[in-house]
Design a protein around this ligand. Structure first.
Ligand code: AHR
Length: 495
């Protein structure tokens, strides 16, 4: 294969990479909370009932913003059910996933976990069956010093200071509890937003945008709600689940085209509304649910606690697509400020539990490879090299890539989408000399369908990668077929 060159210049900057694009999402769905992060009956439980093996594994991902409690669950959730003495909390028949919710894990357990893990809390209020005032009361519970009704319901003396709040979840979807047309959601969200900011002016709010590119109200919904909420919207949400439904790996790996497009379209509507309103305030993008999800459609909990729902098994090609999401976020660091992989354990997740066992799935690894190289400024790249045509996703570079500059370090991420050929790559930073490799990792394999199992837990895992040559200030390497590579390169000091 002919070489691909990634042309970079240290002054061709997109924006600093917001560390919050390495966020997660923890929903009261299936076995994400119960039997996932929280399981007092497990041999791995600490004194809080938190599963240490799961949290230790998540710790390696250095997740930032952790969205909670849903998802669709949020639209039927009344936060007061999940606070106060555990023995007094109600068992609820919940409707989003037809499960039984015991409420043994609620706001304060979540916020305690966030503190232990160093996660930034991110709470989705109920704008489906809940009221704007209930959302306001939740902000008081979390953020206001004691002395008034809802703050006094908190067991912790000091406020938690929750800054990030989502104004409902997927309210454009007819499946959502309390779904309404855009103009009605906009009124609800504006009322909630005003009261939430009245209680704590420092909160940042995420307005519900279109939850998918296939929605019939795509972009119209967003224009209406952003216009109505005006400067109350700090961010607008977008969601994306992708899959290899046609079993066409080449096309599946080209889905990055359509992720880029979705980001650019959403940014365009933000800019359109900003201009129309003649406002100096720009709403940024919050990609608060994203992942691969297409194989497992079990969404009916049949009335039980912690049912097995959408426990997707991930393979090598899925891991490459997850890397593609991160490349798209880094390439759009000027607009995408928050992103949350959905979800963190058991439910469409990088980790799975079975009793006291823990399995690390393929998609865990690209997250780990990117997150340890996330600090810095995203660089705009000109990529020259072989391309191919995906059946539905159009023409893409064989090598998908992104780059981050961090002082004298350059992080380069490159995915070879070819299933059969290795791909030569040249990294050329025009104004700086690339002199050496600090470290590198590659995740690769010959079978796109390869998975980790409890019997073979290490079938897919990254290997150290050191086969990088340096000549004339450029780095050259060869990416194996079906691989994602993350490199930390060292630059000659600037004179
Ligand atoms: O992450 C699973 C579900 O997918 C979420 O609850 C919902 O928001 C989306 O449709």
């Amino acid at each position: 294969m002919k070489p691909t060159t990634i042309f970079l210049h240290s002054q061709h900057q997109i924006a600093p990479v917001d560390e919050r694009i390495f966020g997660g999402f923890m929903e009261h769905m299936g076995r994400c909370v119960y039997e996932g992060v929280y399981d007092p009956a497990s041999a791995h439980a600490d004194q809080n009932g938190f599963r240490q093996d799961v949290l230790d594994a998540l710790n390696k991902l250095k997740m930032t913003a952790m969205r909670y409690p849903g998802g669709n669950f949020a639209s039927g959730y009344h936060w007061q059910d999940g606070v106060g003495p555990k023995e007094q909390r109600p068992r609820i028949r919940e409707l989003a996933w037809q499960s039984t919710e015991t409420n043994q894990f609620g706001t304060e357990e979540y916020l305690h976990m966030c503190r232990l893990m160093g996660w930034t809390p991110m709470i989705t209020v109920n704008l489906g069956t809940g009221t704007p005032e209930e959302a306001r009361d939740w902000v008081e519970f979390c953020n206001i010093p004691k002395g008034t009704r809802f703050a006094d319901m908190r067991s912790a003396d000091d406020p938690y200071g929750v800054k990030l709040w989502c104004l409902g979840n997927e309210m454009d979807g007819p499946w959502q509890l309390g779904h309404v047309p855009a103009d009605q959601y906009a009124v609800r969200a504006q009322q909630a937003a005003k009261m939430m900011k009245d209680v704590d002016p420092s909160v940042e709010l995420v307005t519900c945008g279109s939850c998918g590119v296939g929605m019939s109200t795509y972009m119209e919904w967003d224009a209406v709600v952003l216009d109505y909420l005006g400067d109350l919207s700090d961010y607008v949400s977008l969601h994306r689940y992708v899959g290899n439904r046609e079993n066409d790996t080449a096309d599946y790996l080209a889905v990055t085209n359509s992720i880029d497009q979705q980001i650019e379209e959403m940014d365009a509507v933000c800019r359109f509304v900003q201009a129309k309103r003649r406002s100096s305030k720009r709403a940024y993008l919050c990609f608060d649910e994203w992942n691969v999800w297409y194989k497992n459609h079990q969404v009916d909990g049949e009335g039980v606690v912690a049912p097995h729902l959408i426990e997707e098994v991930y393979n090598l090609e899925d891991a490459l697509v997850v890397a593609g999401f991160f490349n798209a976020f880094i390439r759009h660091a000027d607009s995408v400020k928050i992103a949350n992989i959905a979800q963190i354990v058991n439910v469409i997740a990088p980790l799975q539990t079975r009793g006291d066992e823990l399995l690390v799935q393929s998609i865990f690894y690209p997250f780990a490879m990117y997150t340890k190289r996330r600090d810095g400024i995203a660089l705009r790249a000109a990529v020259e090299g072989p391309t191919y045509e995906g059946k539905t996703n159009g023409e893409v570079n064989v090598i998908d890539s992104s780059a981050i500059l961090n002082g004298d370090l350059l992080y380069v991420f490159a995915t070879n989408r070819s299933q059969t050929e290795s791909a030569p790559l040249i990294v050329d930073l025009a104004d700086r000399e690339i002199v050496s490799l600090v470290d590198g990792e590659v995740l690769s394999g010959t079978d796109p369908k390869l998975v980790n199992t409890y019997e073979q837990p290490d079938a897919i895992q990254p290997q150290a990668f050191s086969a990088v040559k340096f000549d004339g200030g450029k780095a050259t390497l060869e990416l194996p077929p079906l691989s994602v590579c993350a490199l930390t390169l060292c630059l000659a000091p600037q004179s």
